[in-house]
Design a protein around this ligand. Structure first.
Ligand code: NDP
Ligand code: OAA
Length: 260
């Protein structure tokens, strides 16, 4: 599998190290990266053996089979439909973009027409299989997410005591915190939708981890999952698990038997 990555931040760097240096994916390599900064492209070309591009069309025509978006919600709006139109499968980690129903439907239709698929990794959370199973039977009643992160990650300043910085629907949460709460949208897409999935975000000066607590109820019973995620040192807003989940999604594409 020849992989192209959009973005040059913490998740992109993790994937390059893991796939091109540590060779964790059988018969696969990151061939091309779409980067905004030419100086990073130059350095990465020699460090990771990739081709760096600033132009989307040149990137898409560089002999890649699949594209991983590891940039921003805005970049998904900008590039996703063009990636599908070029018949490349796409992995999206800035899942928050798909709160936009028009974009979601357009991408779905473009995939149908072009015979391509979009994968949304579980990101920094888990339990999506449970939510999806409960929803598929029409018997999922409630889903809530409580996220707790260090204040600097969330609001860009320190606070003395913990502060609830948001309480509301997933739809509102992602519009206010597009770099911190993509998890709310993948949770919504697996279950009740972004207007019925409730979110609370807490800035906690004691926190050293990014914590996500998911509670769900339905005819199946009750689920409560708490993730205590180590942040990526290069971007503390992002949990290490999110990067691992992208690698896991890519790995699933190379395997014949799927779990979950
Ligand atoms: N679904 C989930 O559970 C999670 C999702 N995420 C999301 O994953 C994404 C990547 O995270 P992370 O790697 O930590 O983010 P970083 O901020 O470390 O890196 C983002 C990179 O994207 C690049 N970029 C931004 N816009 C564009 C563009 N239009 N074209 C090309 N490159 C662009 C930036 O470029 P430059 O260097 O030039 O600024 C930067 O290199 C984020 O959207 C984040 O919110 C993160 C954690 C969990
Ligand atoms: O990585 C995390 O803990 C969650 C996150 O940033 C996001 O969902 O955008």
């Amino acid at each position: 599998m020849k992989i192209g990555i959009i973005g040059g931040g913490s998740i992109a760097t993790f994937l390059l190290q893991s796939i091109n240096v540590e060779r964790t994916l059988p018969n696969s390599t990151v061939k091309s990266v779409l980067l905004r900064r030419p100086e990073v492209a130059e350095e990465w070309e020699s460090r990771y053996g990739i081709d760096g591009y600033q132009d989307l069309n040149a990137f898409l025509d560089s002999g890649i089979d699949i594209v991983v978006e590891a940039a921003t919600v805005q970049a998904v709006h900008e590039y996703a439909e063009k990636v599908i139109a070029k018949r490349k499968d796409l992995v999206i980690i800035s899942v928050g973009a798909l709160v936009d129903q028009t974009l979601y439907q357009n991408l779905r239709e473009a995939c149908r027409q072009n015979g391509t698929r979009i994968t949304l990794p579980s990101g920094a959370i888990g339990g999506l299989d449970v939510i999806h199973s409960a929803y598929a039977s029409g018997q999922l009643e409630s889903v809530s997410l409580t996220t707790r992160k260090p204040p600097l990650s969330l609001i860009g300043r320190e606070v003395e005591t913990e502060e609830v910085v948001f309480e509301g629907t997933a739809t509102e949460a992602i519009s206010k915190f597009p770099k911190n709460i993509n998890v709310a949208i993948v949770l919504s897409l697996a279950g009740l939708g972004s207007d019925k999935t409730t979110v609370k975000i807490v800035a906690d000066p004691q926190a050293t981890k990014n914590t996500h607590c998911i509670e769900a109820t339905g005819a199946f019973g009750r689920m409560s999952i708490q993730l205590e995620n180590d942040p990526m040192p290069s971007n503390p807003k992002t949990s290490y698990l999110a990067a691992l989940s992208v690698l896991s999604s890519l790995k699933k594409k190379t395997e014949y038997i799927s779990i979950g």
